[in-house]
Write a protein that binds this ligand. Structure first.
Ligand code: CU
Length: 235
């Protein structure tokens, strides 16, 4: 991994619920995703209410995980180039256009305090809720966050999409992990659904400062595809 790659800091304004919110994104457009595509699993047709009327959509499911290191296999034997970096299990998610996507995220990592408590709230999901270990929530404790899944459009996208869900700290995971490489405790299970728009490639990342020390923990894993960021391809 090139250490010389410049950190790109971008301010992105997103309109959510009529409120303009400034978000910071770090270097997300500077590398292509490198993992095999993870295609959503087709579950069948479903009916959702859009603009006051019922529409029939494809319903698909994606299951991914967030880990305290990179020892769970996707980066290769021994965790690859950065075995100690926190990571998502896939950086290359693929879903159909105009579909209902239900995501399940198994959260295995420890955590801490958000530097921007905005990201303790759930945004952009069906009903504005997420389910955490079976409990329906609209926000969580901003001082006990493992990661966030924060999905946003880029200017080329025809359809805006902003989904952000906090993934609470897993209190069974300590840092550094002492229960063994590639072994993890029972996950915190987070589920939520959102509706995709037209075709395009969207970016997602984590907004909890969980990476290396460059720019206050927003370096390393936070700014590298394959770890704390990736793409959602809508096709
Ligand atoms: Cu993170």
């Amino acid at each position: 991994m090139s250490r010389a790659r410049a950190m790109v800091v971008a301010l992105v304004s997103i309109v959510s619920g009529g409120v303009v919110i400034a978000l910071m994104g770090f270097g997300l457009a500077s590398a292509a995703p490198h993992e095999a595509p993870q295609n959503a699993k087709y579950l069948g047709m479903t009916t959702v209410t859009e603009g006051g009327k019922s529409v029939s959509l494809k319903h698909v499911a994606l299951t991914i995980g967030t880990f305290p290191d990179s020892m769970f296999g996707v980066h290769g034997a021994g965790g690859g180039t950065h075995p100690d970096w926190v990571s998502y299990s896939s950086d290359n998610l693929v879903v159909p256009a105009h579909s209902l996507v239900t995501m399940t995220i198994h959260q295995y990592d420890s955590g801490g305090s958000l530097n921007n408590p905005f990201f303790a709230n759930v945004f952009g999901t069906v009903d504005g809720t997420a389910t955490i270990d079976g409990k329906v929530v609209t926000k969580v404790d901003p001082s006990a966050i493992g990661h966030t899944f924060t999905l946003r459009g880029i200017p080329q996208n025809a359809t805006p999409l902003f989904v952000s869900v906090p993934l609470p700290e897993n209190f069974a995971t300590d840092t550094p992990l002492t229960i063994g490489e590639g072994q993890y405790p029972k996950p915190v299970v987070v589920t939520f659904s959102f509706v995709t728009g037209s075709k395009g490639v969207y970016n997602w990342n984590c907004e909890f400062p969980c990476g290396g020390s460059r720019i206050g923990q927003f370096g390393e894993a936070m700014s590298t595809y394959g770890y704390m960021s990736g793409t959602l391809t809508v096709k």
